[in-house]
Design a protein around this ligand. Structure first.
Ligand code: ADP
Ligand code: MG
Length: 456
């Protein structure tokens, strides 16, 4: 991806994430980068949104230089990273001296509408046709068609996208919109209770033209919040103001939801989003690639569409990963590069918790028909060395272990040995079909829970 085009902070950040994904281990990536966003990019300042101070602190201390490196190619060589937690700034330019405050007491701000989540950018397919047209109807004629509109479906299928698209269309029509997650709504309400500002809280919500609530399943069972939401709902609904709600399941399947709230949801229209079929996945990939200014061959796009699971967020991640991987290797992304990029990641998306250094060593030993002791031991013939390097590489990829820990697990070797082993695997895997096959076999064992032959 070329750095020059005018891209939004979020787009730049997503491209950076594509690279970071390759450089940090999967669990680390998920833990620390999973909920980050690109918030602002002005002059040389790039602001990254993080869910809490804990993450801000960790990223600031441990990943700052890696992040800046990833951003340099996409922004400018002088880029400075800042972290922002729930609207509060962490000016932490020069390292860790600064004390990062506890989780902010103030209510989180309302969610900003993501400018990329528009109807124009939303690809229609069999799985989302109904939800999309209901959303369009509501955006065109708020308060008068389906009220509330309740959209449900599993993660990564475009619920938030549609919600923001409605919000954007309404804002363009000068409707005062609040778009918030049920979690934020709850936090805000709890803060209002504590600070005795519930009246303001109510007024704020009473005065709006449209309420968009994301992930309502979050409030199930939180009685006071449900109560407050119930009243807000009624006030808005009685005056024909549009309410749109998303959830990961049908109201009927939310066991903790109060009955009267459930029945309110059924007043309007309830639509579901189904996972995208292959054609839709392909169309989405084409559009994302075009929007990001990357050109990928049709066969590469088809490969990604085939390999990725039925989750559009993961689909986008796969695309970014292929692009970043090719960039890292300095090649044009072709089917081969894409296969490799995805091989490392696709199978790990639903990674089991029981993957440990030992289970990896055992899986490798199994594939090479060796024993665990041989891999850990001192033998230096070609095959054993290769197996040992592969084990190091995989532990690095699949677990949170530090280089030192990995060295220790593999017979008290030092961190430098582990680093060079990982580098060699990355360097060799392209040419070495034998290694490629072994890697695939080990993955299969690890992720399909086949018991390694010599596990004890
Ligand atoms: P959910 O809220 O259902 O978990 P999101 O709305 O966050 O899912 O969607 C995940 C990602 O997939 C977002 O980046 C979104 O833009 C993208 N996406 C989802 N559906 C579509 C679609 N039909 N066309 C284009 N992009 C989509
Ligand atoms: Mg969502």
């Amino acid at each position: 991806m070329e750095p020059t085009r005018n891209r939004s902070p979020q787009e730049i950040w997503e491209a950076a994430l594509g690279e970071l994904q390759i450089q940090v281990s999967k669990p680390n990536y998920r833990t620390w980068f999973g909920k980050t966003t690109g918030l602002d990019h002005r002059d040389n300042r790039f602001v990254i949104g993080v869910p809490n101070t804990f993450v801000a602190e960790y990223l600031d201390k441990n990943q700052r230089s890696l992040i800046e490196k990833a951003l340099i190619g996409l922004t400018s060589p002088e880029v400075q990273v800042e972290f922002q937690v729930n609207g509060k700034h962490q000016h932490s330019g020069n390292g860790s001296k600064q004390q990062i405050q506890a989780i902010p007491e103030a209510a989180p701000p309302r969610t900003r509408l993501n400018p990329r989540y528009t109807f124009d950018n939303f690809i229609e397919g069999n799985g989302n046709r109904l939800a999309r047209s209901a959303s369009l109807a509501v955006a065109k004629n708020p308060g008068h068609t389906y009220n509330p509109l309740f959209i449900y479906g599993s993660a990564g299928l475009g619920k938030t996208h549609l919600l923001h698209a409605i919000g954007q269309a309404a804002t363009a029509n000068r409707i005062n919109v609040i778009c918030t997650s049920a979690e934020q709504f709850t936090n805000e309400f709890v803060t209002a209770l504590r600070e005795k500002t519930t009246e303001e809280f109510r007024n704020k919500y009473r005065s709006i033209g449209m309420l968009l609530i994301d992930d309502i399943h979050f409030i199930g069972g939180k009685e006071q919040t449900e109560e407050s939401f119930f009243h807000t709902f009624n006030e808005l609904h009685n005056t024909n103001r549009q309410i749109v709600i998303t959830s990961d399941c049908h109201p009927k399947s939310m066991p903790l939801l109060e009955e009267r709230l459930r029945s309110r949801f059924e007043w309007g229209l309830i639509v579901d989003i189904q996972p995208p079929d292959y054609e839709t996945r392909l169309a989405i990939l084409r559009s994302k690639a075009r929007n990001n200014g990357v050109s990928l061959g049709e066969n590469v796009l088809e490969l990604i569409a085939r390999e990725a699971p039925e989750n559009i967020r993961v689909l986008e991640g796969s695309l970014n990963r292929v692009v970043a991987y090719a960039k890292l290797l300095g090649v044009t992304p072709d089917v081969d590069t894409a296969t490799r990029a995805l091989e490392d990641v696709a199978s790990k998306e639903y990674l089991a918790d029981d993957i440990t250094p030992l289970s990896i060593i055992d899986a490798v030993a199994d594939c090479f028909q060796m024993t665990r002791d041989e891999i850990i031991g001192r033998k230096r013939d070609k095959d054993t060395s290769l197996a040992r390097r592969l084990a190091m590489y995989l532990i690095r990829q699949e677990t949170n272990c530090s280089l030192e820990q990995i060295g220790r697990e593999l017979g008290n070797r030092d961190a430098a040995t582990v680093t060079s082993a990982c580098k060699r695997i990355i360097g060799d895997i392209d040419e070495n079909l034998y290694l490629k096959r072994k890697l695939r076999d080990v993955h299969r064992i690890l992720h399909h829970k086949q018991k390694p032959r010599n596990a004890s």
